[in-house]
Ligand binder design. Structure first.
Ligand code: FAD
Length: 304
């Protein structure tokens, strides 16, 4: 089924970007943004993690998007290692830039057991804090409500005792004020369907947007497994390992991602979030294979 056959509101399209790690990478990120902007996404999300310099780079990337493009950023924020005051300031800074969408997460725990975990132990408290800041800034926001997203897990989060526990956590995030959720990567279409079914059964009503990754590198797939705890799909791994060159690996990754996206739409997914790794081409090929219309009507959870 292509989008044109769908009677309901068109699904949202979004991309994840990360700030350039080195000054030399800046030009390629800017050119990726230009190419992705041409596809008219509903929003682009900007990751936030690492050293203070990396976090500043995230804010700078958001500033660039706000000043120089038509794109609407969804700013990732994490509460790990932060105080309530530092988060309050950060949220106000982001709102001050004109950003109206935030993805509120805890972030990964520090490796060093001595390092501070911060004042807010879980993402749901960050959602609450964002809503408090929003309430204080009602006038600045001119009536526009911040769109607050959260992370959801088709496969058990590595620290969680069970998949069902993660579903309960998602319920708590919605109750704290989340408007939508974006999933962690997954490789089996049934895992998205299972998450949505379990979440709906538990009372979650917010949209759950599948996060899909066009994966064209064995090294990246293995690194992703370490970072997220999501086991690589054995068949995909084998196909990538035995591919003859990068072009074939890209074709394999795009095809697998397009299949996941199609299956999610068939299951009623309200949108598609593509993890781009700042490579626009694979993501654009995915949306072409899925059959997204070129002139898209925005259908976003992030208000303008
Ligand atoms: P939480 O919802 O707080 O959950 C963390 C753990 O605590 C889970 O195991 C959960 O089951 C458990 N838990 C939650 N509430 C309770 C409770 N009340 N009692 C007991 N246990 C509880 N990380 C970054 O650092 N930067 C990013 O930009 C970033 N972007 C991401 C984007 C997406 C779409 C996704 C899916 C993840 C992203 N991450 C990012 C990774 C994320 O920060 C990690 O997965 C992190 O380990 C958990 O974040 P969370 O917001 O899901 O945490």
């Amino acid at each position: 089924m292509t989008f044109s056959q769908r009677a309901a509101a068109p699904p949202s399209l979004s991309y994840e970007l990360y700030p350039p790690a080195r000054p030399e990478a800046e030009a390629s990120v800017l050119s990726a943004i230009e190419e992705l902007e041409a596809t008219n996404p509903d929003y682009v999300s900007v990751t936030y993690s690492g050293t203070p310099a990396r976090r500043r780079a995230s804010i700078q990337l958001i500033e660039h998007l706000m000043r120089n493009t038509r794109l609407r950023p969804l700013a990732h924020l994490t509460c790990v290692g932060e105080t309530r005051d530092s988060l309050d300031l950060l949220v106000r800074q982001i709102v001050g830039l004109g950003v109206r969408g935030v993805l509120a997460m805890r972030g990964d725990l520090p490796q060093d057991p001595e390092a501070s975990r911060g004042e807010l132990p879980f993402a749901r408290y960050l959602v609450e804090l964002i809503r408090e800041v929003e309430a204080r800034h009602g006038a600045t926001l001119a009536g526009g409500r911040l769109a607050v997203g959260v992370a959801a897990y088709p496969n058990r989060h590595p620290e969680s005792p069970s998949f069902q526990h993660d579903v309960e956590v998602l319920v708590s995030k919605e109750r704290s004020g989340a408007d939508f959720a974006i999933t962690q990567v997954y490789f089996d279409p049934a895992h998205y369907v299972r998450l949505v079914a379990a979440a709906r059964a538990a009372g979650v009503t917010i949209p759950i947007i599948p996060g899909v990754i066009p994966m064209s590198s064995v090294r990246r797939l293995e690194r992703l497994a370490v970072m997220t705890g999501v086991r690589p799909d054995a068949a995909l791994l084998h196909r990538l390992e035995t591919a003859s060159d990068d072009a074939e690996r890209q074709r394999i990754g795009v095809k697998a991602a397009a299949e996941l996206a199609r299956a999610a739409f068939d299951a009623g997914a309200p949108g598609l979030h593509l993890y781009t790794f700042n490579d626009p081409h694979a993501s654009i090929e995915v949306i072409e294979q899925v059959g997204l219309p070129a002139a898209r009507t925005l259908s976003t959870p992030v208000p303008a």
